[in-house]
Design a protein around this ligand. Sequence first.
Ligand SMILES: [Zn+2]
Length: 427
Amino acid sequence: MRRVLPLAVLSSLSLALPVLAAEPAAVIAIRAGRLLDVAAEKVRENVVVVVEAGRIREIGTSVPAGATLVDLSGQTLLPGLIDAHTHVLLQGDATSAEYDAQLMGESLPYRTLRATRAMKIALDHGFTTLRDIGNEGAGFADVDLKRAVERGVVEGPRLFVATKALAPTGAYPIQTGAWELSLPRGVEMCDGPDGCRRAVRDQISRGANWIKVYADRSYYKMPDGGIRSLPNFTVEELTAIVDQAHRTRVKVAAHSITPSGHAVALAAGVDSIEHGDVLDDATLQGMASKRVYWCPTLTVMDYVAGPRSKTNPIWGELQQAARDSFKKALAAGVPIVMGTDAGGFPWDEINQAEELKRYVALGMTPWQALKSATVTAAEMLGKAGTLGTIAPGAAADLVATREDPLKDITATERVSFVMKAGVVVKR
Ligand SMILES: [Zn+2]
């Protein structure tokens, strides 16, 4: 039975509450030698960025009275970086043995602890936002990680999470010949339009910000030299997934390596193509005209191509195809968002920012590379103007470098200062 407090008791309780004096909001002023306005491709010199309550209040030239000064006079200030394809619950899987060892040999609490370390590494490297696109068998632990960051339990980047990811029955590891064993699955299996709608509903109800699907698998070479794959979902299934997600304003990311997967993914209306190593003309045209974002993940390809091509030579071919696709996508005007697949490579061995030097080596200007990790990524996430930019009203996510990233993009691999939501996390 519920106890109801009499009105008199309620009013005396409210009177007993102390009246809090309004505390002056902490104001931080960051003096920067140079500020990169990435969207406008403009450098501003000798500016002061004023930060209050986690947001950028104004950009001027003087330090407001009473503000705490952070002096970065000799440095270059840029927006906090966004990696739009990560797996914080994974710690490197160049081979399937490494993948199986994590899913079968590590408990979910242990994997989650390792994820907190991965998130701290990412933050120290200047990545203030991650789209963590599938947790590989970790239930909804990524939702817990996101909550823990938001509540200040652990320090990490702001997370957009995709929870379990989806593939049809039989299309994803762990597979074994020992059919009587029930092994962990790296994804949630769903079949048929209705079954897949139910899975999307469940994932969103538990906190998924994105739906991740595996659109293809089993890559092979055709007699004419082209590379194709087995599409996982039918068009009807994937269309149901996208429709169900979009009804709740949730976007869909599709792992898709070759045109066999791209054709189904684009027909279904996905919002981003992940990896997309083999981009043919029809795919490029479809992505550019429908503004479907591409996360190239070149860093993970360079990490896995060697070990994987020992058992399957297609991986060496895919590595070259990805580089060719990058040049074509750039020329075709496909919106490119920086995504690395960190977690596919170990967080403590490779800095995610290496992805940017690969983009520049394949034809992007440093400005274009920086856009892929800031403004374009924010646009894909539905956070244009709030993330990936230094502007009044935007989240105070800021990174500084001692060297000039416009002269040498690898300066982004050596950040000297990181602020996330107005809190200095590295100096
Ligand atoms: Zn991935």
